[in-house]
Write a protein that binds this ligand. Structure first.
Ligand code: SF4
Ligand code: FES
Length: 262
């Protein structure tokens, strides 16, 4: 088992802040290692980590990668819950590593695994290809009619009042992290299910009064692996780090198909 002191190895600013502070906390990280091209099964590797109260799970993983195991594969970019790259299972819950402080886990052990319901590329890095393909299939952009565009010679803003923006704004906060798909019990049993991420983005555009693509999108989602496979478990909404409520978006989307909304 390797022992890591995160506070000693961060960037210069953190190092100078931490210079006179002794680490107060120790915790065991159990991290999945798996290379699907070589390994027949996953294994857990243990690391003893010393941390300060400000450290995130991502801080610990990067220190482990830099000091002990450079082969550890993980994905990250922004470190501020904006890019959607660092999703993983942290103590069995789909979470962003950069948005999860170690001392808020309330546990002596931190178990780190790749996100459920995604193919594993290696270790903690999963393959987003299907999620992004489904997202694209549902046309995640404002659709205007061709005649409307060709008749208009002027370039103008499609302005909206605040009430119109309110209808979709929470759904526009999605960062495509995939945590909702990872938490979804339907995705666990139907790998072709469109999933809460894409369906919620369909609702985001259908509910935008500048958009004219509602019927096109409703047709796409009304299929065997589409919106009707959702059992409304609601687990997607519990894990979203951006306050999006995919379960509600899916129900609203259904109401169009059932004729309760225009
Ligand atoms: S709805 Fe939330 S959990 Fe799902 S992909 Fe978007 S930000 Fe992530
Ligand atoms: S690193 Fe960008 S969301 Fe975590």
């Amino acid at each position: 088992m390797a022992a890591i002191k995160i506070h000693e190895e961060n960037d210069q600013n953190v190092k100078s802040i931490a210079a006179d502070i002794k680490p107060k906390n120790k915790i065991l990280f159990k991290i999945t290692k798996f290379n699907p091209h070589v390994d027949t099964h996953m294994k857990y590797v243990d690391y003893d980590v010393e941390y300060e109260h400000w450290n995130t799970v991502l801080d610990a993983l990067l220190m482990i990668k830099h000091k002990v195991d450079p082969s550890l594969a993980l994905r990250y970019s922004c470190r501020q819950a904006s890019c959607g790259s660092c999703g993983m299972m942290i103590n069995d819950k789909p979470s962003l590593a950069c948005f999860t402080k170690i001392n808020e886990l309330g546990s002596d052990v931190v178990k780190i695994e790749p996100m459920s319901n995604f193919p594993i590329l290696r270790d903690l890095a999963v393959d987003f290809t299907q999620m992004f393909n489904t997202h694209k299939k549902l046309k995640p952009y404002i659709i205007r009619s061709d005649s409307e565009i060709s008749q208009s010679n002027e370039i103008k803003e499609f302005s909206q009042d605040p009430d119109s923006v309110e209808k979709y704004i929470q759904f526009a906060n999605c960062i495509k992290c995939g945590l909702c798909n990872s938490a979804c019990p339907t995705m666990a049993t139907d790998s072709s299910f469109m999933g809460p991420q894409a369906l919620t983005q369909a609702y985001r555009y259908v509910s935008d009064d500048r958009d004219k693509g509602k019927n096109t999108r409703l047709k796409i989602i009304d299929e065997r692996h589409g919106i009707w496979r959702c059992h409304f478990a609601g687990s997607c909404s519990k894990v979203c780090p951006k306050g999006v409520d995919p379960a509600m978006g899916i129900q609203f989307l259904r109401s169009y198909l059932l004729g309760f909304r225009d």
